[in-house]
Design a binder for this molecule. Structure first.
Ligand SMILES: [Zn+2]
Ligand SMILES: [Zn+2]
Length: 385
């Protein structure tokens, strides 16, 4: 074990202890702090179904296997840098990468949480070689996030997006030795909406300024292009600049919603929108086909707070990915599968890679899932492998 690794391990455990302290002292804060039992959600959504609970043991089993060694790195760097792959195939490659590496095991502090992996983190490599990281997971993930970026051959990020100001999205970006300190970053995109629960709402801007990184606020109607991929901002509304949220739901509903179009293929990133935010988004759009997308980052880690029937029906994704330490409620999972989606959740599927050349899309994941309760749903709707 290298000194660097020991240091990062220590950092992870210190961060875990700090978060544990925060959880004990402030149980209502945050949006996705590990298992549903720790969140201030309605009781009906906090209790997993018996079948889902039974599958929790399987996740822990996988994690225990990994405890003896290093967490698995994202596996797709071995084919050459991800940027080279995107350029040579004129493709947009999306790596959902909060994946299996977020499993934290092997220490007393870590085991206090069970085996968890929190937050969102997605890398996009565009056909022109530009790169974008959307969210950076929790601070405890930063060492592994940086290793994964290195494994993918990333030595700079043209764009970093913070969907909203919760620490399972900004932690890995802003923390000591996190992305902004360790990787050359071109521009940071955010909403300009502060988390009123936070004591330091301008931390992102201060950190960006400290490292000479441009910080640009996005809102509905903004659009730009990256090598033939058009990005359009669908949410939040323009007049939200400077707003300070006061509840976790409001903060989640302030998430950036980004739509990417490359040829005939589209992708939608939704941050942590709740159902109320989804309905507000739908209502705000003159044309709800703007939500119709092939690839979806499922809102709020796949939790039942989100993915209303109206929203899922509007998106009807072919591939839908839930990131974070959430075992999806079977009702939420079924909603997507019923509408024709292949659903991945990184708890079981590990890292997920989706590639499109603007005509077709392909996908792969780093683990082989065998979870009866979801397999039955897939079989029922013809989505089994
Ligand atoms: Zn959140
Ligand atoms: Zn979150």
């Amino acid at each position: 074990m290298t000194t660097k690794h020991s240091f990062f391990t220590l950092l992870r455990r210190m961060a875990a202890l700090l978060v544990l302290g925060a959880l004990v002292c402030m149980p209502a804060l945050g949006c996705a702090r590990g298992s549903s039992a720790r969140e201030s959600e309605p009781a009906a959504t906090a209790v997993p179904s018996p079948d889902a609970a039974a599958q929790t043991a399987e996740v822990s089993g996988n994690a225990s296997d990994e405890a003896a060694g290093e967490p698995a790195l994202i596996p797709w760097g071995g084919e050459g840098a991800i940027v080279d792959q995107a350029v040579s195939s004129a493709s947009m490659i999306i790596c959902f990468m909060s994946g299996e590496g977020m499993i934290m095991t092997g220490g007393a502090a870590d085991s206090a949480f069970g085996d968890t992996k929190w937050g969102d983190g997605t890398l996009i490599a565009f056909p022109n070689g530009q790169t974008m990281l959307i969210d950076g997971g929790m601070a405890s993930y930063a060492p592994l996030l940086l290793k994964n970026l290195e494994a993918l051959g990333i030595d700079k990020l043209d764009y970093v997006v913070l969907s909203h100001r919760h620490d399972d999205h900004y932690g890995g970006l802003l923390c000591l030795h996190g992305v902004l300190e360790s990787v050359k970053v071109g521009t940071v995109f955010s909403t300009g909406i502060y988390n009123g629960e936070s004591s330091d709402p301008a931390r992102l801007e201060a950190k960006a300024l400290e490292h000479g990184v441009e910080c640009v606020r996005l809102h509905k109607g903004d659009a730009m292009e990256f090598g033939g991929v058009r990005m359009e901002v669908l949410w939040p509304e323009a007049d939200s600049f400077g707003v300070s949220t006061s509840t976790a739901e409001d903060t989640n509903n302030s998430s950036l919603v980004l739509r990417f179009d490359y040829g005939n293929v589209s992708a939608l990133f939704t941050g942590d929108l709740y159902k109320s935010g989804e309905i507000a988004l739908i209502t705000s759009l003159d044309d709800t086909t703007k939500l119709d997308a092939d690839i979806l980052k499922i809102p709020h880690h796949g939790r039942p707070t989100s993915s209303s029937r109206d929203f899922v029906d509007a998106v009807t994704p072919k591939v839908a990915v839930a990131l974070g330490a959430v075992i999806m409620d079977t009702a939420v999972y079924s909603t997507y599968v019923r509408d024709g989606a292949k659903v991945f959740m990184d708890v079981y599927d590990g890292y997920v890679k989706v590639t499109t050349d603007g005509r077709d899309l392909s996908y792969e994941c780093s683990r082989s899932r065998n979870v009866a309760i979801y397999d039955k749903i897939d079989e029922a709707f013809g989505k089994a492998d």
